[in-house]
Design a binder for this molecule. Structure first.
Ligand code: SF4
Length: 257
């Protein structure tokens, strides 16, 4: 009598919850306009008031892909056109740390650059992954956006990221002077001081009509600061940080994902 081979957890092929894999132009931050492959991982513990990927916050019910399936898709996209990097984004990619480690390592084995987009809030998970990242796009999450301060975690994370990181802060009409003061002070304690990208929040374009159509959603419209206040944040941050840029989200303007 024969029996099926026993497959242990460790023998099973590594797999992850992946919301999407596609080629596009990076629409945010310092690498805006660079052609990248996006691998969007599902799952995030946060609920930022301006989140533009609400469908990716839960892992439950999202598709599962083996590592090999993800790599095959990356290779297929790379044969069509050349990409500056593979952006691993979310959700929060660090919520799948084993899969993320294997994915970043495999992307580098393919000869491609790795670009990690993260909320920069789990330094204990990031410690061993830092050497696998060529670029870290680290969001500083302000208490007005996320509902609580995360300064200590974010500072430790950015120290681990070192010169791989640039920092992005999303500015809204609710951003306060005090939290910006704390964020800028945090950045000035780092060596090197990272480049800071200030990104005015993008209003959800069709929220009003979706609400009028009776769509069940708890989302509310979050607006950017008034123009004078936006420029004022830049002027003020630039007094203490060598490189500060004001860059809105570009992909909604281009009409690409
Ligand atoms: S950390 Fe990113 S994915 Fe998570 S809620 Fe905030 S904006 Fe959305």
């Amino acid at each position: 009598m024969t029996s099926d081979p026993v497959v242990s957890e460790t023998d099973a092929p590594l797999s992850g919850h992946v919301a999407d894999i596609f080629s596009t132009l990076q629409g945010e931050g310092l690498y805006v306009g660079q052609r990248q492959i996006f691998v969007r991982l599902s799952g995030c513990p946060w609920r930022c008031r301006y989140c533009d990927t609400p469908a990716d916050l839960e892992k439950t019910g999202r598709p599962t892909f083996s590592l090999q399936q993800v790599l095959d898709k990356i290779k297929e996209l790379q044969t069509v056109r050349d990409h500056g990097a593979v952006s691993v984004t979310g959700g929060e990619p660090l919520m799948q740390p084993e899969f993320l480690a294997a994915l970043l390592s495999s992307i580098k084995d393919l000869g491609l650059k790795t670009y990690l987009e993260t909320s920069a809030t789990h330094p204990h998970l990031f410690r061993s992954l830092a050497p696998l990242c060529d670029v870290v796009a680290a969001d500083i999450k302000l208490p007005s956006a996320i509902g609580r301060p995360l300064w200590a975690e974010q500072e430790e994370f950015l120290r681990l990221a070192g010169d791989r990181a640039f920092v992005k802060i999303v500015l809204t009409s609710e951003t306060t002077d005090d939290e910006m003061e704390t964020a800028v002070s945090l950045l000035t304690r780092l060596d090197p001081i990272p480049t800071l990208v200030l990104q005015p929040v993008t209003p959800i374009p069709d929220l009003e009509s979706r609400l009028n159509d009776g769509e069940p959603t708890t989302r509310v419209q979050i607006l950017p600061p008034a123009p004078a206040r936006l420029v004022g944040f830049w002027d003020w941050a630039r007094q203490r940080i060598p490189v500060v840029k004001l860059i809105p989200q570009m992909h909604p303007m281009w009409g690409v994902p």
